[in-house]
Design a protein around this ligand. Structure first.
Ligand code: ATP
Ligand code: 9VF
Ligand code: MG
Length: 414
């Protein structure tokens, strides 16, 4: 018997249990691809992962709560329905680092969530990023009439358009060549302008911005090898027979490309612990590699920023403050979702819409032992291409990737 999805539990029960055990009545809720946004009768708003393995789903199935929320004025009828309604309780194995419904459908391996309860905060001071308007690179939401252009022509126009840019001229089939040549000219012009005025590559520039910001915050920058020992992946709890090891690029029987920065950071924490004063604050920005099957949000080669602080000040509040400082500095709006993953257990995920920007952790965690680390720590990993996707409103993360097809989000096929 399979477990009910969280969305159907919520639809059946119309209640939610907070971390402190308060039973809330749901006023309204909205299900998006990966998250469920809920508003309680008391006014509290929360976003949780839409996963049948989340803390919320588990608690709803187990029907555990301490007391009803006074401000929700939960009726006896609602409480009785909650207590009496049958819900499935078959245990499901969670095998990857993180896990989500959408990932499961696409048989994703190294996404890794077994979800947990959530508390949402919206950064109120930053402005939302405008996404594309009438014509975009996403074939599904542009205004190019399907019968007007062939799919190859549509693809070509979308490739040449910038996010939010409107198609020039009319969209009659006879005009395709004209439109294409107009767009090619515009893009060539953009490149000339960039060469004249700017000359900075967006991933490199973002790396410099983040690096400077964290150096100024007292973190020391490190660079660790990209080719790593398979043993160090094992020390992260990922064995070769582990499902998520399928996402790792193995080079030979001893080495692989790093899928994350943590192994290098653990090593540096250990080294610096004998040398530097408390707290040890370090970070790295660099390439990571994962075999991925998903399209618009995943790259197989991407750039991770991971900071961590070990010793004093290693608490949730400081962790969230560091992330908030950075995302405010980058002017990126976000929400916080409490989550769960296989490498670290509980995580705090930072999301923009349905896109995960970061997973953050408050240590210690059991795998610390494998690295000889026995102090408290906080840390978070953020993907630079995902930050660029949000910042520039790219529909597909490929525009932000290291590639020969786009430079700073502009097609080079001109
Ligand atoms: P997702 O669930 O979206 O697959 P994840 O939870 O597997 O991501 P983490 O291991 O938490 O990712 O990595 C930290 C951050 O690195 C993510 O929040 C994301 O910003 C970025 N990241 C991870 N995998 C990729 C990828 N394949 N392409 C681009 N960025 C990625
Ligand atoms: C949290 C995301 C264990 C003290 C050396 C640093 C962290 C970040 C998780 C990342 C990962 N971990 N992609 O570790 O900061 O490792 O999966 Si440390
Ligand atoms: Mg994550």
């Amino acid at each position: 018997m399979s477990k009910k999805s969280l969305a159907s539990l919520i639809s059946d029960l119309q209640v939610w249990v907070s971390r402190s055990g308060l039973l809330h009545e749901i006023k309204n809720y909205e299900v998006s691809q990966r998250y469920i946004h809920m508003e309680m009768d008391c006014g509290e708003k929360i976003t949780v992962r839409n996963s049948r393995n989340s803390r919320t789903a588990r608690i709803l199935r187990l029907k555990k709560y301490k007391k009803p929320c006074k401000n929700c004025k939960v009726s006896d009828e609602v409480i009785n329905r909650f207590l009496q309604k049958h819900t499935d309780r078959t245990d499901t194995k969670v095998t990857a680092f993180s896990y989500s419904e959408s990932k499961k459908k696409k048989s994703k391996q190294l996404g890794h969530k077994k979800k947990k309860q959530s508390k949402v905060q919206v950064n109120p001071t930053t402005e939302s990023i405008q996404s594309n308007t009438s014509v975009s690179e996403d074939k599904t939401d542009n205004k190019i009439e399907p019968e007007t252009f062939t799919s190859a022509q549509k693809e070509r126009i979308n490739e040449l358009l910038l996010p939010g840019e409107k198609i020039p001229f009319s969209n009659e089939p006879s005009k395709f060549k004209e439109i294409e040549s107009e767009l090619v000219n515009k893009r060539r012009n953009d490149f000339k302008q960039m060469y004249e005025n700017d000359r900075e590559e967006q991933i490199a520039k973002l790396e410099r911005t983040i690096s400077q910001f964290f150096v100024d915050k007292g973190f020391i920058e490190i660079k660790a090898p990209i080719i790593i020992d398979i043993d160090s992946v094992k020390k992260m709890g990922i064995d070769t027979d582990h499902k998520l090891s399928k996402q790792i690029f193995y080079l030979d029987n001893k080495h692989c490309l790093r899928p994350m920065l943590a192994p290098g950071l653990y090593q540096w924490l250990k080294n610096f612990d004998k040398i530097l004063p408390d707290p040890i604050k370090i970070f790295e920005i660099g390439p990571c590699y994962r075999k991925e099957s998903e399209g618009s949000q995943h790259l197989e080669e991407f750039t991770m920023f991971n900071f961590c602080q070990m010793g004093s000040g290693a608490n949730r509040e400081n962790l969230l403050n560091h992330i908030d400082d950075l995302l405010k500095h980058l002017n990126i709006d976000y929400k916080i979702i409490d989550d769960n993953c296989h490498v670290y257990g509980e995580t705090i995920d930072i999301v923009h819409g349905d896109l995960e920007l970061s997973s953050a952790v408050v240590g210690p965690v059991p795998i610390d032992m494998n690295w000889g680390i026995d102090k408290t720590w906080i840390g978070a990993g953020l993907g630079l291409e995902r930050l660029l996707k949000v910042k520039h409103g790219y529909k597909n993360i490929k525009r932000a990737s290291k590639s020969h097809s786009y430079y700073n989000g502009i097609s080079t096929n001109l």
